[in-house]
Design a protein around this ligand. Sequence first.
Ligand SMILES: NC(=O)c1ccc[n+]([C@@H]2O[C@H](COP(=O)([O-])OP(=O)(O)OC[C@H]3O[C@@H](n4cnc5c(N)ncnc54)[C@H](OP(=O)(O)O)[C@@H]3O)[C@@H](O)[C@H]2O)c1
Length: 239
Amino acid sequence: MKHDNILITGASSGLGRALAQTLARPGRTLWLGGRNTARLEETARSCVGRGAAIHLKTCDVTDHAAMADWVHGTNGLDMVLACAGITGGTRKPQGPDAPPTEPEAQIRRIFATDLTGVLNTVLPALELMQSQPRAADGMRGRICAISSVAGLVSFPGTPSYSAAKAAVDRFMVATGGNAKKAGILLSSVVCGFLDTPMVVGNTFRMPGLTQTPNACRRILRGLARNELSLIHISEPTRH
Ligand SMILES: NC(=O)c1ccc[n+]([C@@H]2O[C@H](COP(=O)([O-])OP(=O)(O)OC[C@H]3O[C@@H](n4cnc5c(N)ncnc54)[C@H](OP(=O)(O)O)[C@@H]3O)[C@@H](O)[C@H]2O)c1
């Protein structure tokens, strides 16, 4: 699998950072995006230490125009990993007869980041890759978005997160069927719980919690095998 030029959103933390570090090697150029410049630079330092060339972009995935400029400004990508994402739970009931609710601002922020932010990454990447020649393996490029098992089960603790991740998963898999004919792999990673900063505050049990390096290996193995649809990530549950 040719992947000399790779763009990763959410590279300043957790899974995106771990994927960048796993992929960093001499001869490879990584385009790394996130909002927090200091943490993005930390990721960059460790990737440079592994021999990769790095371009950093402090950028919000909700900014459609900035994302399109960034993606097209790379002048060619073999792989795109859309890792940026946020989550959020419901608010405690506000009265004895009130249901737990999700604040409207949070609902809008989660949809804007986890759904529109993915589209802002994937759509310009698709456009860019369509103009690229096919590599020796017949592929023009691979685009992978991180979905979640929360999107499979409509988890009531995180309604908008579940909904946004479900939409990402369906979009990637459904569009992927067509894109594959053009030599572009669209993959959705249906992730179980990962050991990242996103879950450090969780007080509930997290069945199948997976160490990030293991998740990276499984994701990259799935992409190398051109797994179009789902890559389920979770450690065997221990009782
Ligand atoms: N951890 C889990 O259990 C789990 C399970 C299933 C799926 N996932 C998914 O895996 C992906 C990676 O999450 P993680 O666990 O690695 O969480 P994380 O450690 O909190 O990292 C989230 C990353 O997303 C970036 N991000 C958030 N909002 C952004 C925005 N508006 N614009 C640009 N970047 C933004 C953050 O960048 P800044 O900090 O620089 O803003 C950070 O790099 C997410 O899509 C998440 O939903 C995680």
